[in-house]
Design a protein around this ligand. Structure first.
Ligand SMILES: Cc1ncc(COP(=O)(O)O)c(C=O)c1O
Length: 401
């Protein structure tokens, strides 16, 4: 199916922004656009609660704080992901424990999580990397057995499916990002969804300075709440993590077009998939089993040819008219901040035994994959440009044969 769009911003973005500006940010009614956006997001994902945040990093930090993660607790994360997945664990003063990934899907698995569990483990953050969900059923079995919170990090995954279920409804809560590269965007922004009222109430308090007047479904205190000299505002500590009305306005309009915006990325990914047919011996796409729906934030393959380097392939692709290739992030524990323990004081919460693990060799599969992965953009709003990129990929592969 072809998605009849030619650009990314084409819906109600300006109308909703105008509504916010026309209101002159008067707060007597509370946050109208935030409420509208949260309600619409919850409805689209068929969950009870959606709480918006300044970004996707803040969502996960808030979930860990809300769950009661404290210094010394361990949280299991994959090492092959954008760094925020592990940073939020440090922000909550806890210890990230890195579990290796599957060589074919590039995703964290129940088997690697199982071998990383210790008596200090309190939570797991799974990542639907590049738009593909991990195998969540066995992960949730483990979580139930050990009483662990599971957060789905779906910054790169919108409308993906897993065994007929929407990705984002598989764990206790799920985080999304609206940073500019994501499927739908407001420049910056994030949202956490859940069906758990208690968790939602606590996350809202963490999001909004622990205000007494906010709740799972109410994002901002109003004038009426505070016009009382004896009003106690703060029932707990918290952060000021609210998403702005302007960003909520843009995100609401983007949400209205989510099917087309995600559909276009899937359409481009299918073109790349077709383009590399016959070369799977040494140019191997991310494996997507039949009961998974990938929303393809990017289309990814690994290059395993003994005589063609990552750089040679990238340079040839660009020479032939390609738009460039992104490499996978360096594994988080190999970044200088981990190697040099520049954790803004959090290093004192991490045991010597855990510190000694942040070394090459900790997650050998992820270490190998990270050197091989080639990420191709799928966000071509002009379909002709996407088709051209897929053709260039075929030409590149042919040129090496
Ligand atoms: C997998 C993953 N997790 C978390 C984030 C953090 O989201 P944000 O930039 O909105 O804080 C991103 C992207 O930015 C991401 O790709």
């Amino acid at each position: 199916m072809s998605h009849d769009i030619t650009k990314r911003i084409y819906g109600n973005e300006l109308n909703y922004l105008k509504e916010v500006l026309d209101s002159e940010f008067k707060s007597s009614e509370g946050s109208t656009m935030m409420r509208r956006f949260e309600e619409a997001f919850a409805k689209r994902f068929e969950v009870k609660y959606a709480i918006s945040f300044v970004n996707g990093t803040a969502t996960m930090h808030a979930a860990l704080e809300a769950w009661g993660i404290r210094p010394g607790d361990e949280v299991i994360v994959p090492p092959l992901t954008m760094s925020a997945t592990a940073f939020v664990v440090l922000q909550a003063n806890a210890t990230p424990v890195f579990a290796d990934v599957d060589p074919e899907t590039f995703l964290i698995s129940a088997a690697s999580i199982q071998s990383s569990i210790t008596p200090k483990t309190r939570a797991i953050i799974t990542v639907a990397l590049y738009g593909l969900s991990p195998d969540m059923d066995p992960i949730m079995d483990l979580a139930n057995k050990y009483n662990l919170l599971v957060i789905e990090d779906n910054a790169q995954s919108f409308l993906s499916t897993y065994k007929g279920h929407m990705v984002g409804t598989l764990a206790h809560c799920a985080s999304f990002s609206f940073q500019s590269s994501k499927h739908i965007t407001s420049g910056e922004g994030g949202i956490m969804i859940t069906n758990d009222l208690d968790l939602a109430e606590r996350m809202r308090k963490v999001q909004s300075l622990g205000y007494a007047g906010v709740s799972a479904t109410k994002g901002k205190i109003t004038k009426r709440d505070i016009q009382d000299p004896n009003y106690s505002r703060h029932v707990t500590m918290g952060w000021n993590y609210r998403m702005s009305e302007l960003c909520c306005a843009v995100a609401l309009a983007q949400l209205e077009n989510i099917d087309e915006l995600v559909g276009r990325r899937v359409e481009i990914a299918k073109l790349f998939e077709k383009a590399c047919k016959g070369y799977e011996k040494w140019f191997i796409p991310q494996k997507v089993d039949s009961d998974y729906g990938n929303s393809f934030w990017t289309w990814v393959a690994r290059i395993t040819h003994p005589n063609i380097s990552w750089y040679q392939f990238r340079d040839r692709f660009v020479e032939l008219g390609g738009d460039g290739v992104y490499a996978a992030w360096k594994l988080t524990y190999l970044e200088p901040m981990f190697q040099e323990m520049n954790l803004l004081g959090r290093e004192s919460f991490i045991s010597t035994e855990n510190k000694s693990k942040y070394q090459r060799g900790l997650c050998p599969i992820a270490e190998q994959l990270q050197q091989q992965l080639m990420q191709f953009k799928t966000n071509y709003w002009n379909l002709a440009e996407g088709k051209k990129q897929a053709e260039v990929l075929t030409k590149t592969l042919v040129s090496f044969s």
